[in-house]
Design a protein. Structure first.
Length: 255
């Protein structure tokens, strides 16, 4: 499968257009503000605990800084990732180049893999830039790296899921705005499902909790590496990409 040429083309399009730079800038500005606010609050709490040791018993830099930071980053991604994926297939459909692309001697799976991996690579670069934050923290305080590593793994898996949903939405329309709104709507629904779990109770509550994106990401942020959370994200990615592949195949057969 000729994935590499498509991957290179998509990466070139990202960095020769304002998309990557605007997303990077917004992500780092908002993420940096959240980090500054959280770390400043932790610093203030540390100073107060020096005068009152009882306050410092439950003060942990991993739980007080990194865990809320991961949670806030995931919210930023919920807002920004639809912008990364909206053009992947929608622009090809709008310009009519998707018909040309699908007539090349390239399998639909290679087209999908190239575009998905390019979006994921862009996302991985975004996440890598945030490694500055734990670097700053470890300079001032002792940091437990286990929860940090699992937290980053959770962000990568969640981001991979966001991208898969976005790619699927983009393959269904030629309008980038519609693709972005559809992606955001689906992800937001999956995000808030867990909020209704307590009210539903019983089997329905457990199902809603299992389907919630937020519930599974919380485990990683706590430093808990559970196979059911990894399987959840992996299954979601596979399902979304499978539906995208079916959409591309339907487009090919319909001419």
């Amino acid at each position: 499968m000729r994935v590499w040429p498509i991957f290179k083309k998509e990466m070139r399009l990202y960095f020769t257009s304002p998309v990557a730079w605007v997303v990077f800038t917004m992500f780092l500005l908002i993420g940096g503000y959240f980090f500054y606010s959280i770390f400043a609050f932790y610093t203030l709490a540390s100073m107060q605990s020096a005068m009152n040791p009882a306050m410092g018993r439950d003060l942990n830099v991993s739980d007080s800084v990194m865990r809320p930071l991961f949670s806030n980053i995931s919210v930023i991604l919920l807002l920004l990732m639809p912008l990364v994926t909206m053009r992947l297939f929608a622009e090809e459909r709008r310009s009519g180049t998707i018909e040309l692309l699908l007539t090349y001697p390239v399998r639909d799976g290679a087209v999908l893999a190239g575009k998905y991996l390019a979006a994921f690579a862009l996302y991985a670069i975004m996440i890598a830039l945030t490694l500055l934050y734990p670097g700053i923290v470890v300079y001032f305080a002792r940091l437990e790296w286990g929860p940090v590593l699992t937290g980053y793994l959770g962000l990568l898996l969640m981001g991979g899921t966001f991208i898969a949903v976005g790619v699927c939405a983009s393959s269904l329309t030629e309008n980038q705005i519609v693709a972005a709104i559809t992606t955001f709507g689906v992800l937001l629904l999956l995000w808030v499902l867990g909020w209704s779990a307590d009210y539903a109770g019983g089997t329905a509550g457990r199902v809603l909790q299992h389907l919630s994106l937020l519930e599974h990401n919380d485990s990683f942020a706590k430093g808990v590496l559970d196979t059911k959370d990894i399987i959840y994200y992996a299954n979601f990615i596979v399902l979304a990409l499978f539906l995208t592949l079916r959409s591309l195949e339907a487009r090919r057969w319909n001419g």
